[in-house]
Design a protein around this ligand. Structure first.
Ligand SMILES: [Zn+2]
Length: 126
């Protein structure tokens, strides 16, 4: 199940970025996943729940944004979205496509955190 190692590295990198926000809590992690990234979303969610236990990410949501495959057609000079991975041909001119512009992504798009509350008595000194 390679989703577990993917999720583990996500948790590690989010935990690292939290170093600048002591006491902060992660609310949501948004992932961008390309159609060819070869991950099973159910497994991602399942592994996420396991991996975040006991980390600053505990209790956070994992949101997966799916990216379609985008290829560049040299003949049309445009980027085209492929509806299916069955046919790597330009939907407009039929040219075989091999110049991929999007589809293999597996990256963190955004992290939403809740910063630690400011301890009482610090900010409203007379
Ligand atoms: Zn074309």
């Amino acid at each position: 199940m390679h989703e577990l190692s993917i999720v583990q590295s996500i948790v590690d990198s989010v935990t690292e970025s939290l170093a600048n926000y002591p006491g902060a809590r992660v609310v949501e992690v948004r992932l961008r996943v390309g159609a060819l990234a070869a991950v099973v979303e159910d497994s991602l969610h399942f592994c996420y729940q396991i991996a975040i236990e006991g980390t600053p990410l505990a209790g956070s949501r994992l949101v997966v944004e799916h990216l379609p495959i985008v290829m560049h057609c040299a003949r049309c000079g445009q980027d085209v979205v492929l509806e299916s991975v069955q046919s790597f041909r330009c939907p407009d001119c039929g040219e075989p496509l091999c110049d991929m512009r999007q589809g293999r992504e597996l990256e963190i798009e955004a992290i939403e955190i809740e910063e630690a509350p400011v301890p009482a008595g610090i900010e409203d000194q007379p």
